[in-house]
Design a protein around this ligand. Structure first.
Ligand SMILES: C[S@@+](CC[C@H](N)C(=O)[O-])C[C@H]1O[C@@H](n2cnc3c(N)ncnc32)[C@H](O)[C@@H]1O
Length: 208
């Protein structure tokens, strides 16, 4: 399956990264997927399309995002919501009349999977503690890039690893967000886990 961009922005924009990511998911065949950091929902839609081809209706996708920049979360790195392509800017402003970085817009993009998805607006530092992790078998960690946030997210997802699931972290080697690497390295060491670096260390795959 090819990774599609659905006329929106995504962090998996570099050639081949999206297809590689989907192949990783396909190999694991998860049934209960959690994405931390949804942004415009492009990866969400690709994951739902893939899980639907594998499992039919029998899968769940949970997506969590701040879906807003405010005083409390301004230390997080949030990609720009402005399109460099003026046609896309026009499309969302005057045709869709939608801000793609909102829970409503992502719900719209995932409309055909509405019985499989659960989207949550909030900060992962608070929300993850309330999510039942017992059924989740795959996490794509691509939310806050602050050291403490990544550390909290990883610890809050530990149950997934204990149940033989996978946490795939994005941006392991991002030069302007060194806290991601630091938090992952410490977590893997403290919990004695396997960590495989993929795609020139862009992704870190953590398993038992
Ligand atoms: C790099 S983008 C995610 C891209 C998306 N996974 C994709 O593949 O297109 C990071 C997202 O994480 C969200 N985010 C940042 N800090 C967060 C936090 N503490 N809790 C929840 N979401 C957060 C931002 O709002 C942003 O949409």
């Amino acid at each position: 399956m090819k990774y599609k961009k659905y006329f929106r922005k995504t962090s998996l924009k570099q050639k081949g990264d999206g297809d590689f990511f989907l192949q990783e998911i396909k190999d694991k065949r998860p049934k209960f997927f959690l994405e931390i950091g949804v942004f415009h929902g492009v990866t969400a839609r690709n994951v739902c399309e893939l899980l639907h081809t594998i499992h039919g209706e029998d899968f769940k996708y949970i997506g969590l995002d701040l879906f807003e920049i405010n005083d409390e979360n301004k230390s997080e790195i949030i990609p720009s919501n402005i399109f460099s392509n003026p046609i896309k800017q026009f499309f969302f402003k005057y045709i869709k009349r939608q801000n793609p970085y909102t829970i409503e817009a992502v719900k719209d993009l995932l409309g055909k999977f509405k019985s499989n998805i659960h989207l949550i607006k909030g900060n992962s530092n608070e929300i993850l503690k309330k999510i039942d992790m017992s059924k989740i078998d795959y996490v794509f960690l691509d939310g806050g890039h602050d050291y403490n946030t990544v550390r909290n997210d990883l610890y809050n997802c530990m149950e997934v690893i204990n149940k033989n699931g996978t946490i795939l972290c994005d941006d392991y080697n991002l030069s302007y967000a060194p806290g991601v690497k630091k938090a992952i390295d410490e977590f893997v060491k403290e919990k004695n886990l396997k960590c495989k670096l993929l795609r020139s260390s862009r992704f870190a795959k953590i398993e038992k």
